[in-house]
Design a protein around this ligand. Structure first.
Ligand SMILES: *[C@@H]1O[C@H](CO)[C@@H](O)[C@H](O)[C@H]1NC(C)=O
Ligand SMILES: *[C@@H]1O[C@H](CO)[C@@H](O)[C@H](O)[C@H]1NC(C)=O
Ligand SMILES: *[C@@H]1O[C@H](CO)[C@@H](O)[C@H](O)[C@H]1NC(C)=O
Length: 344
């Protein structure tokens, strides 16, 4: 390995670092909530452990059951955010999900916005997937998968879903990793009905790791995922009437949402997003021309990104992945100093 190679690598790493910092200059104001203020247990009650101050929740998966919680209200647009630490060691077949959905209310026409964390065999990294469904568009998966720029089992990192009537942005810490802007052509595929927030851990042995090749091994259980810095900003709606609750009004909620600054994509943030995607994205439905010969209407095809992907939407080169690993180690250090950027 020559020094020329090292020099190049250092330059790339330094430029990523500068972008990562630049995108984080903005302090974000969100109030964190106690579990009892905004959430309810959903399933696997005995596997939901709350801290004494009620601001820290552990969700466990063991032989008996997974577990999950749900927001007590539904929201029509909002910011859904939490710091999450994932289970370590052998986690093949384990899925931790942080997502919004209204599948319980609108069975055939449900909307959904997902962060799904996919466990792996020992020594292999977790991956994260984002997805979007609108008005029951379940035949049109809009998955993207990414390597993580740090070890998500070592420390908490903040994952946020920002959803307005015009844009959806997924954030990891301060960095936007995906933006889907509403286009006319998306029609009902753009989520627009009230949704609840869900956090769950469950056994997805049949698909999560290498397409189901590796199952959950309960010898390594219980698998523990941790959630804190829970925050919810948005217009609360009555789950029965689907109208704003009387104690709340959307004007105030929307201005709180705008005040977070998270819906604004500055040129710096956009650049940080592209850098992240170039370095960490491993699959995108937008580049999967086998599945979608006619591209999905919201997809913005970037030539720089497209070069890296095969027609099945997966990364082209194996070596690319090795390079990612060193980036991953590097980002862990960068992220540590960004953790405090959120103003609570
Ligand atoms: C989104 O909401 C804002 C503020 O209520 C409104 O001005 C704008 O027209 C809406 N956009 C769409 C596409 O509905
Ligand atoms: C959602 O789907 C339902 C049932 O297919 C349809 O009647 C409705 O018009 C759709 N809504 C939007 C906004 O496209
Ligand atoms: C909604 O909240 C804003 C800000 O708190 C307030 O000025 C306004 O009067 C409220 N509107 C209604 C209809 O309650």
């Amino acid at each position: 390995m020559g020094s020329f190679y090292m020099d190049c690598k250092m330059k790339i790493l330094i430029s990523i670092m500068l972008l990562w910092f630049a995108s984080s200059a903005l302090a974000i104001n969100t109030k964190t909530l106690a579990f009892r203020e905004a959430y309810s247990k959903l399933f696997g009650h005995h596997n939901i452990h709350r801290s004494a101050n009620d601001h820290h929740v552990r969700l466990l998966l063991d032989r008996s059951s997974g577990s999950g919680f749900i927001s007590s209200d539904m929201y029509q647009y909002g910011l859904f955010s939490a710091s999450i630490k994932l289970p370590s060691d052998f986690t093949a077949g384990v899925v931790v999900a942080f997502y919004t959905s209204n599948g319980d209310v609108f069975e055939k026409t449900h909307d959904e916005l997902d962060f799904e964390f996919l466990g792996n065999i020992k020594g292999k990294e977790w991956r994260v997937q984002t997805n979007i469904y609108g008005n029951g568009s379940t035949s049109r998966g809009r998955e993207e998968r990414y390597f993580m720029p740090f070890d998500p089992t070592k420390e908490f990192h903040r994952y946020s879903i920002l959803w307005t009537n015009e844009t959806i942005i997924f954030y990891i810490d301060q960095t936007p990793i995906r933006e889907v802007r509403r286009t006319e052509a998306m029609g009902g595929d753009y989520p627009s009905k009230p949704m609840s927030l869900y956090a769950t851990i469950w056994d997805a042995s049949n698909w999560a790791t290498s397409g189901g090749k590796y199952k959950v091994n309960y010898k390594y259980g219980p698998f523990t995922s941790e959630f804190r810095d829970l925050s919810l900003v948005g217009c609360r709606v009555d789950p029965i009437q689907m109208l704003p609750t009387s104690s709340n009004n959307c004007t105030a909620a929307n201005s709180d949402l705008m005040a977070t600054g998270l819906s604004v994509m500055t040129p710096k943030k956009r650049k940080a997003m592209h850098t992240f995607r170039e370095n960490f994205m491993s699959y995108s439905a937008c580049y999967d021309t086998l599945r979608y010969p006619e591209k999905l209407p919201e997809c913005e095809i970037l030539e720089a990104e497209k070069r890296w992907f095969k027609e099945n939407g997966h990364l082209k080169f194996r070596h690319h992945r090795r390079q990612r690993r060193s980036h991953a180690r590097f980002h862990t250090a960068v992220d540590r100093s960004l953790g405090q950027q959120w103003v609570m």
